[in-house]
Structures are given as structure tokens and as C-alpha cells.
Ligand binder design. Structure first.
Ligand code: AHR
Length: 326
């Protein structure tokens, strides 16, 4: 391929500024390589939009963006590409917790600070990343469990048998590990709660819909669906509706969902989802302020957790839904 064609292709792939080198007006920009997990969910789309808006040229950044399409090997390639291009900082939204030691050691050897956003990483040497910002996924899971306990208590069903279907996100992702951990703790604390099945929904609506359809054909009965993100809940609701099985109402299947994107809040208001546990994707400004602090020579906090809520139908107002930013 001719050099101009190759240059155009690379620019499209990584949103590079071009092959002609940096002009004087770009010299002052902070160059950031951002490796994003993919575009698997409404949450992720909102997260990407927040990051791209915050790390804009108008805000003083030159952003090299890579969408890994839910594959860790793509993230490893993107990070090595950023290192080769000698970016000032790398921002990583990791798909899973493990597998980062070698590539982050390479970034460290090249003196490129790394910020982790959203999910956590599990590395032997904590100095391989500078800071992390994201959600407390275990607290989210426990929030869902506490709501369910209170609900059952209020309905006089606390001692009754409860059959739970668990739809899980990408295995090994912090959001999956910690939300699953909260449910596992609850199952151990409630001998009358039964885990009927676990389905690997991979955080996508399509996968959850397909698995839910199969599950419903088995004829097993359930009382609760604990679904580790909103898009998987959307898939489950669609499969249930097609099968003529009601959810959300008195005595019907309760769906506990994570993220609380606007579409989920609407379904909750309409009585289809019973609980929306918030997971805030608007990390762009948080990452930008960490980068600014680093650029000023400061030492930002190692870990920053964002505050989050949960909503059921009784709490939801039209204003909350209207003002939802994602
Ligand atoms: O890591 C955050 C999770 O990833 C969100 O709950 C989910 O929707 C996304 O894909």
C-alpha cells in the first residue's frame, strides 16, 4: 500500500493527527493514548463519549483512541502502539483484571504514566499504574442485595424459597467479579435463596437475549433475575415478553439491573425492571483532572471511587429520568 494510503488507514484506526509530524500549534497538547474495552453496552458508549469530550483538543489534549472490541489482545496491541508513538500518558479501561504486568512494565520502562479507569487491574507491582478511578462494584452488588432483602421482608416473603437466575458480565472483569461476589455472599447468608443458573451474558443485549430464550425453554421457574448490566436486562425482558412471561409486577419476576442508564430507568418507571443500581460512566472529567494533576507534577490519589445510588419505581421521578446524562 502507498504511504499516503497507509497513513490514512492508520489515522482512521487510531484517530491519529496525521503522518506529517506535529505542527507548532499541537506541540503544547498533552498526548494521551486511550485503550477502551469496546462498545458492548449503553454504559460503554456513554463512557467513550465522556472521555472523548473531556480529552478534546479544545481542552488541551491530543487523543489517540482505540476500541478493543472486547478483546484483551487488541488492548495489548494498542498500548504497545501508544508506547511506540511516545505518548505522554496512557489511559486504560481494562477488559479483565489479569494479564497486564508485561505491557505496563514496558510503559514504565518508557517512562509513560498509566491511568486505569472503570475496572481494576491485578498486577504484582502496584507502581505499574499511577492512579485508578471508577466504581465500587462490590458496594453496587451489596446495594442490590440489601434492596432485595428489604423488599422480601416488606412482602412477608423473607423466609420463602427464592429462585434466582444470575446473568453475568464478561468473566474476569471487576464489574463481574465484585457484583457476583455480592450475590455469592447473599446466597451463603440466605439458605432459602437458590441459584437456579448462571448465564454468561458478556454485558451484551444480544447474548443475554439468546441465552434467556434458551433458558426459558428449559421450563425452570424463577423469582428473581440478578443481571450484571442494563443491556443484559434489556435482552432478558425482550425474551420474557416474547414468551408471554410478565416481570416487575406484584408476584412477578423481579429484575435487578446494574448501570441505571436512561433506558433502564424508563423500563423501571414502566414497571419492567424492579431495581436499577447506578454505575456512573462519566469518567472523562475525572481522568482529565488526574492528568492535569500529573502534568503539574502532582501525585494524585492512587484510588478514587465515585458516589452512586440505586433507583426503584417508587423513587423515580420524571425529572430524574429527564436529567439523566446517559
Ligand atoms: O465495567 C463497567 C461495566 O461494563 C458496566 O456495568 C457495563 O455496562 C459495561 O459494559
Amino acid at each position: 500500500m502507498k504511504k499516503a494510503g497507509l497513513c490514512l488507514l492508520l489515522s482512521l484506526l487510531l484517530l491519529l493527527p496525521g503522518c506529517a509530524g506535529r505542527g507548532p500549534e499541537e506541540e503544547h497538547l498533552i498526548r494521551v493514548g486511550f485503550s477502551q474495552v469496546g462498545s458492548e453496552s449503553d454504559w460503554r458508549i456513554a463512557n467513550t463519549a465522556s472521555m472523548v469530550a473531556a480529552l478534546s483538543e479544545a481542552n488541551g489534549y491530543e487523543l489517540l483512541f482505540d476500541n478493543a472490541k472486547q478483546r484483551q489482545e487488541n488492548q495489548l496491541l494498542a498500548i504497545r502502539n501508544f508506547i511506540q508513538q511516545d505518548v505522554d500518558y496512557i489511559v486504560l479501561a481494562p477488559i479483565t483484571e489479569s494479564g497486564w504486568d508485561d505491557v505496563l512494565q514496558e510503559a514504565k520502562n518508557n517512562h509513560i504514566p498509566v491511568i486505569i479507569v472503570d475496572r481494576r487491574i491485578d498486577v504484582a507491582d502496584e507502581s505499574l499504574y499511577t492512579s485508578w478511578v471508577g466504581s465500587d462494584f462490590l458496594a453496587e452488588g451489596r446495594r442490590a442485595v440489601r434492596w432485595l432483602e428489604a423488599q422480601l421482608e416488606a412482602q412477608g416473603r423473607a423466609e420463602e424459597k427464592l429462585r434466582i437466575l444470575h446473568i453475568q458480565g464478561t468473566y474476569g472483569a471487576t464489574a463481574q467479579l465484585q457484583r457476583t461476589r455480592a450475590l455469592t455472599e447473599a446466597l451463603a447468608a440466605h439458605p432459602n435463596w437458590e441459584l437456579v443458573a448462571q448465564l454468561p451474558g458478556e454485558y451484551t443485549e444480544a447474548k443475554s437475549y439468546e441465552l434467556m430464550r434458551e433458558f426459558l425453554q428449559s421450563g425452570q421457574e424463577i423469582d428473581v433475575i440478578y443481571s450484571e448490566n442494563d443491556n443484559m436486562s434489556f435482552g432478558a425482558v425482550r425474551a420474557l415478553e416474547e414468551a408471554g412471561i410478565p416481570c416487575g409486577g406484584e408476584g412477578e419476576i423481579m429484575i435487578l439491573s446494574f448501570d441505571a442508564v436512561r433506558r433502564a430507568l424508563e423500563l423501571c418507571r414502566d414497571g419492567k425492571l424492579s431495581l436499577c443500581v447506578e454505575c456512573n460512566p462519566l469518567h472523562g472529567p475525572r481522568v482529565a483532572s488526574l492528568l492535569q494533576e500529573l502534568a503539574r507534577g502532582g501525585a494524585p490519589a492512587k484510588l478514587t471511587f465515585v458516589d452512586e445510588l440505586a433507583f426503584d419505581r417508587a423513587m423515580l421521578t420524571d425529572e430524574i429520568i429527564r436529567d439523566r446524562e446517559y
